[in-house]
Write a protein that binds this ligand. Structure first.
Ligand SMILES: *Cc1c(COP(=O)(O)O)cnc(C)c1O
Length: 411
């Protein structure tokens, strides 16, 4: 009997290799369009999956359950659509989705580190990853972890490498402090010694193409701009080889990692508008950054895409754009209490952590930055700003009035 839902529709053809980024965002990850005509893929939820025969299950096992629909944990068509799109965005070949950005960080590290191994982690790493390294890798698993200054080059990396160094972890720019790393040089030095290179690319998105710069596994918190609407928690690991993909996928599954199909579906929807959101937010973020840089209360703006900012030359060399998350360091005469007053006086900026959504955020970072390789010397109290999709003129007017609180003015 013919399935009445089945019809051949030409508009759902997969894009070709020459299609540009915005085009690919619209047309990839749309299984089923050609079958039933709906532009968006169906949302599959489920634990039980029925297979046609006992042999079908054995066949799936022989293929390591790679995109076979046999068991809930192994993923379904909704996961695969998102995974295929994400692998494309980052220029890799395969992707594994997990339950949060942090789960992706941890899965990547656990995939390669065993008892007795050594791992190098930048001092500017996302705080919860540092906690995972100290409390899980070191304390419970006998892995040695050293923190290194994120700004080092290959020459300064060499003496930090040990015979048992198995992973070089990168995050560029760094969380809260926005140090840009020399990824190609560091990755090349590590790879020459057979060391795996893992990178948290949440800030870089598609603006930084990790596999062109020697990265083996690229990690993203999809919770941020990919989802883009502050309504999901999700993480991804993209690889450029089947071997690395199997390593991270096996580790994810051994730990029972599962991503909610609802969150995958929402993220797929969010990604359709990623390019226009980011183009707008990049421009608005830079406009706000320039406003901050011109204010006498501000010591420095930590925005890698701003000329003159720390890391700008490396950003210019390696990135094709920027998101709208950056830091602002106030002159030391403005005490943390005064800066707190300013943040409290903001009308349009919320005080919150998960950036990349449509709403603007301001998060004081003094007191929450840990450094063990070298002391942090920003020169004054810092606030991390995320510029959302509001009109940037309204945001700047809001900052203008809140800055009065820095001087003890009306708050
Ligand atoms: C937010 C963030 C994460 C963690 O993402 P969650 O989905 O919130 O767990 C990891 N790395 C970086 C750089 C982040 O900013």
């Amino acid at each position: 009997m013919k399935d009445k839902d089945s019809q051949q529709v030409s508009a759902g053809a997969e894009p070709g290799a020459d299609d540009r980024f915005a085009t690919r965002l619209s047309h990839l990850g749309r299984p089923g369009t050609r079958v039933h005509g709906f532009v968006n893929p169906p949302l599959h939820r489920g634990s039980t999956v029925l297979v046609p025969s006992p042999e079908a299950r054995r066949e799936a096992a022989r293929h390591k359950f790679d995109q076979y629909l046999v068991y809930g944990l192994y993923g379904n068509a909704t996961h695969h659509a998102l995974e295929n799109l994400l692998a494309d965005i980052e220029g890799g070949s395969r992707c594994q989705i997990v339950s949060s950005g942090l789960a992706a960080n941890c899965t990547g590290l656990l995939a390669y580190l065993r008892h007795g191994d050594h791992c190098l982690v930048p001092d500017s790493v996302y705080g919860p990853v540092r906690a995972f390294c100290d409390r899980v890798l070191v304390e419970r698993n006998g892995v040695a972890v050293s923190y290194y200054r994120p700004e080092i080059g290959a020459a300064e990396l060499a003496p930090l490498l040990r015979p048992n160094t198995r992973v070089l972890y990168l995050e560029s720019p760094g969380s809260h402090t926005f140090e840009v790393q020399d990824v190609p040089a560091l990755a090349a030095a590590a790879r020459a010694r057979g060391i795996k290179v893992l990178m948290d690319n949440t800030w870089g998105l598609h603006f930084f193409q990790p596999f062109r710069h020697g990265v083996d596994v690229s990690i993203q918190a999809l919770t941020k701009y990919a989802g883009g609407h502050a309504d999901v928690l999700l993480g991804s690991l993209v690889t450029n080889s089947e071997e690395d993909w199997h390593a991270v996928r096996e580790t994810a599954l051994l730990h029972g990692q599962y991503a909610s199909p609802d969150d995958c579906w929402l993220t797929l929807r969010g990604l359709r508008t990623l390019n226009v959101r980011l183009q707008h937010q990049m421009a608005a973020g830079l406009e706000a950054a320039r406003w901050f840089a011109a204010r006498p209360e501000v010591l420095q703006v930590l925005h890698p895409a701003l000329p003159g900012a720390p890391g700008h030359a490396l950003w210019q060399r390696d990135f094709s754009g920027a998101c709208s998350l950056f830091g602002v360091v106030f002159r030391p005469e403005f005490t943390p209490a005064r800066v707190d007053d300013m943040v409290g006086a903001l009308r349009l900026f919320g005080i919150g952590a998960s950036w990349g959504g449509f709403e603007s955020l301001a998060l004081p970072t003094y007191g929450s930055v840990t450094r063990t390789a070298a002391p942090l010397a920003l020169g004054g109290p810092a606030v991390r700003f995320h510029i959302g999709l509001e009109d940037v003129a309204d945001l700047i007017a809001d900052l203008e009035q809140a800055f009065a609180a820095l001087h003890g003015g009306p708050a």
